[in-house]
Write a protein that binds this ligand. Structure first.
Ligand code: FAD
Length: 333
């Protein structure tokens, strides 16, 4: 079966992936971005005020603008989920998504961090059918409905604060004996009369036929079950790198983050990585975007090399023909 081939495939459509796409498509490489959404974690940031050159911008507005910029130079976008990656001698890499397969010799992994799953029966089946990992994105779908927030700390309280203006009742379910976080925020939530903190409790299952109907919970240290009827559940358990499927192909650290060199190359020739999915110490939009650009330039050189064409050295003003260096302005447009 024939698969569509691209010079570069980028997985992830947020700061790192969109910036990489801008660079590769501007250099004339056929570029495909495979992504679950546009914006990634930045969608959760109401305002980003530390992106250089922009005083204040909504996370989603910044990401949409990056997408448009990459599209202007010919980047193609597909809303699919990377599920498998195979090395194929001829085609270099075969990328399998939930819908199709694609081929490329230069792959940029920029799929960031993903919300941690609860890991209970029913969660997988009911994802998008009442199970959400983003109160900002999906909260408005639960107007005047009963919902639960599972998790603790600032992200859970933030979700509670947002939902209190939308939902009818909010159960804040957490393993700790008391809520973790600012006590004033907790008290303000309780004062609304709409919020119940369900402490020392874990969720052991999500029930529902085609949509969420109830949560099965257990009081920690007992066998005491309580069924809580809700139509929505917001999982606020932090973020993880979901890179298990890459094990054996690229080197990773103990956190499952992809180890990259300064040029954003990985241990596998042809695979580059950028942004929060890598082992860089600081996870920020501007850092991801910078790494995206670096990965793109490295991928460009890689493609040039395998096509037997001149590569760009450290400095964008120079290209190397392998025999001699010569100045060009080709890449400074
Ligand atoms: C609430 C919040 C506020 C923040 N505020 C700021 C701020 O003010 N300033 C700042 O600089 N940073 C901020 N950050 C951090 C910043 O958002 C991240 O560092 C940045 O988004 C990382 O970008 P990324 O492209 O590396 O990955 P991500 O943003 O994690 O994006 C990953 C992309 O990959 C896609 N994806 C994931 N898995 C797959 C798959 N298997 N197949 C296909 N696509 C996939 C996702 O859909 C997404 O598009 C904030 C983060 C959060 C959560």
């Amino acid at each position: 079966m024939e698969h569509r081939q691209f010079d570069v495939i980028i997985v992830g459509g947020a700061s790192a992936g969109l910036s990489a796409a801008l660079y590769t498509s501007r250099q004339g490489l056929s570029t495909l971005v495979i992504t679950k959404d546009i914006g990634g974690q930045a969608l959760l940031a109401d305002y980003i005020e530390n992106y250089p050159g922009i005083m204040s911008v909504g996370g989603s507005a910044l990401m949409e603008s990056m997408k448009k910029q990459a599209e202007k130079y010919g980047t193609e976008f597909l809303y699919e989920e990377l599920q498998e990656l195979h090395y194929a001698e001829q085609s270099c890499f075969e990328i399998k998504t939930n819908k199709d397969s694609y081929e490329t010799c230069a792959l940029i992994l920029a799929f960031g961090k993903t919300p941690r799953d609860l890991g209970v029966p029913g969660e997988r089946e009911l994802k998008g059918k009442g199970v959400s990992y983003c109160a900002v994105c999906d909260g408005p779908l639960f107007r005047n409905k009963d919902v639960a927030v599972v998790g603790s700390g600032i992200p859970a309280l933030d979700a509670g604060n947002l939902l209190v203006n939308i939902a009818r009742k909010i159960y804040m379910i957490q393993r700790t004996e008391t809520p973790i976080g600012d006590s004033e925020t907790v008290n303000n939530l309780i004062k609304t009369g709409k919020v119940e903190f369900v402490n020392s409790t874990k969720v052991v299952g999500i029930k529902g036929e085609g949509k969420v109907g109830a949560l099965d919970t257990v009081r920690i240290g007992s066998n005491e079950h309580r069924e809580i009827n809700v139509e929505g559940v917001f999982v606020e358990m932090g973020y993880v790198t979901k890179t298990e499927f890459l094990r054996g192909m690229v080197e990773m650290n103990g956190l499952g983050e992809i180890i990259v060199s300064k040029d954003c190359s990985t241990s596998m020739p042809g695979i580059f990585a950028a942004g929060d999915v890598t082992d860089i110490p600081y996870k920020q939009a501007v850092i991801s975007a910078g790494m995206g650009a670096t990965a793109a330039l490295s991928a460009y050189n890689y493609v040039q090399r395998i096509k037997g064409r001149p590569v760009v050295k450290n400095d964008w003003k120079k290209i190397s023909t392998g025999k001699e260096d010569k100045e060009v302005s080709l890449f400074l447009h």
